[in-house]
Ligand binder design. Sequence first.
Ligand code: MRU
Length: 381
Amino acid sequence: MSALEAVKYQRGKLEVLDQLRLPHEFHYDPVSTRQEAFDSIATMRVRGAPAIAIVASLGLAVELHNNPIAAASDSELITRIDEALDYLKESRPTAVDLSNAIAQLKAVIRTTEGKGQTAITESFIEEAERIFKKDLQNNLSIGDFGTQWLQSQAGASAEQQISVLTHCNTGALATSGHGTALGIIRTLHYKSFLKHAFCTETRPYNQGSRLTAFELVHEGIPSTLITDSMAAALFRTKKTENNIAAVIVGADRVVRNGDTANKIGTYQLAVLAKHHGIKFIVAAPTTSIDLDTKTGDGIKIEERKKEELTQITGAVVGSDGQVDKESKVRVATADQRIGVWNPAFDVTPAEFIDVVVTEKGAVEKGPDGTFDFSKILPERW
Ligand code: MRU
């Protein structure tokens, strides 16, 4: 079984899986300029906080490798790269990984100022490649720390398997591999600690049914898809039978007190989990942590176009039940004149989150109801 890859990269060449065509079609778009990277992100052909940062970083790296900027001086080159990064930053606003990657790239190229333009360009490309590789290592560590936490808190083991619910897509497709929340689920499965994974459809963009369900089936993980509106009924009727121990989600931005922006629908799951005595886990690399924003009130939530609610794209299913993978239809699912509110993310207050699992360890909530990330990020605190 081949691993799913959101991006394929070698120096000078980047290909990005068009996730809008999944699960029916596997098609990689070449991305070789900042504009193509911006477009892939803004049109959601690539999504998920880490993957967005990776495509922006590597997209510009490929452009700089193939068409180095001809500048009059080192400082002019740095200014021109900064401008390209500032442009990419506008592609999507909520996920902080992109801003964190941009800040990191800007800092690194400054360390080579005075060493010549080839050295500056090289330092940019190497840092973009490091960000890409590090993300996979981060996710493997998140998988281990999350599993250890579930062993200690929920007794997860091969003898006492647990079931979990996840929302949106946080897997290999949203990252450089393994995944964050889905990474914990993968690790639980590899250790035979997982009984069953439930995933939500994740309206309106269906990252759960289009991407997570696809990843779970691809990996042979025992799993069931539900609509977002079925979570309460799932907890009420199937918690005991399935030993549902945790909701595990990713994050687009975890702020200083632990308030977490993630895909719309996350907050309601956190409220439900608390009511039903189910642990609520946020799995995110430290690149998703924003210490400059104090609480969730400071997070800018992206609002998207109304057609995401009133129309849907899919493939034709024949009368024999077979999906015609070549076909593509766009269907209206509502009166097109209706007004729509379509926030892409919501904020889950820290009080509903039990633990934030990062690649540096699991951070539990303190007695004051907030998270203290100074232990894992002393250098950024
Ligand atoms: O709008 P999307 O599809 O980019 O949103 C993705 C999510 O919200 C994910 O759950 C989140 O980015 C975590 S990615 C590991």
